[in-house]
Design a protein around this ligand. Sequence first.
Ligand SMILES: *[C@@H]1O[C@H](CO)[C@@H](O)[C@H](O)[C@H]1NC(C)=O
Ligand SMILES: *[C@@H]1O[C@H](CO)[C@@H](O)[C@H](O)[C@H]1NC(C)=O
Ligand SMILES: *[C@@H]1O[C@H](CO)[C@@H](O)[C@H](O)[C@H]1NC(C)=O
Length: 388
Amino acid sequence: MVLFRFHLLFYLGVISFSFYSNASVVQDAKAFKSINLVAPDASIRASFMAFGATVTNLWVKDKKGEFRDIILGFDNHTLYQTQTDGHPYFGPVVGRYANRIRNGTFTIPISKDATGPNKFFVPRNENNLDSLHGGTDGFDQRIWETTKVSSNSVTFTLLDPDGMEGFPGTVITTVTYILESQATWKISMDAIATQKTPIMLSGHHYWNLEAYQESQDLVGHHAQFQSSKFIGTDGHLIPTGQLLDVQNTPLDFRKAKSIGASIPATTGEQFCGTGCVGFDNCWVFDEVDEKKAAFSMWSVNSGIKVSISTNQPALQVYTCNSIFNNTNPIPRKTTQGGAQNVYTDHSCVVIEAESIIDAINNPEFGADQIYGPGRPYKWESSYVFSNI
Ligand SMILES: *[C@@H]1O[C@H](CO)[C@@H](O)[C@H](O)[C@H]1NC(C)=O
Ligand SMILES: *[C@@H]1O[C@H](CO)[C@@H](O)[C@H](O)[C@H]1NC(C)=O
Ligand SMILES: *[C@@H]1O[C@H](CO)[C@@H](O)[C@H](O)[C@H]1NC(C)=O
């Protein structure tokens, strides 16, 4: 308890300046500036920015030893703030509560469909039906304080005030990105809260392990992970409270298979909602063991493989089912073919290690996502890149 108070005051002191002064143009410009890191053995390089605590570029070697930037984003960093129409959430930390909250309502203590006392209302920023990624002004749209930088690591801190977006209590989040030798990217996210509040963070990274060089789809992308259950969702991707079996469905990745080749079978609304084709699902890992890779994905074309280990119990996979909008297409980065090309549907994949989605409205999932004094939040994942 004493330790908790000390840390809280320390962080409040560190970031009080930027919080109380209005985000000026100068601060904005600084927030979009690249912070370039490299691992001690130069096996991995990446760029980050304080806006959204975002990863904007990440380079690893392909099977020929050439570096490729395998994370999607914008060359023009101000688009991370202005492209809110068809908002892709390219590379940030999403919070205070990632994914969806049914009707934007919940209670503390939690109850099924927010039927208890202490009810909270957060913005229904998706279809006026649910709250997505922390509401209208989620953690991805905030200017984080850069509290520590070295040649291979950066730490960002965010103070999310009591009542912001309707959530109770002040939350202070610290995110550290570290590039280590042997092409390893480590992420840790720690949060403390002054009152009981739901917290669910994730890293919202879009991958194309080919950097769009050999193909423009996901057929060459294969994945393997041990999950025999997934969260049942309705036509709007809101969890129904059911835990379903992957057996005999396109969601069975217990044996390695092509992601792209599995997409045509995902036409029912249980995969990515009504009228959608592709994956946008939350799988529950059969086992949580930070020391083992829980998820791996590779491209048979570039030979780049990523293996993810995490302390999180679940995984969201989204196959860019609706990233392409004909009237507002997103230009590709120079490192991925340039602005004469656009990001197209089913050409990329978002991988989010996280807790069980909307568990705050589904007590049957048994996931305690209420944090506060005496219960800090911790998210840790490690991404190891290799060649096949
Ligand atoms: C970046 O995008 C902004 C719109 O958000 C635009 O005003 C600006 O001109 C663009 N910068 C460049 C260099 O294209
Ligand atoms: C759904 O949200 C609306 C708007 O915040 C609120 O008025 C309504 O009471 C909520 N319904 C339920 C069932 O919680
Ligand atoms: C596509 O972009 C236009 C213009 O920004 C926007 O009005 C429209 O809602 C978008 N369509 C979808 C399906 O998101």
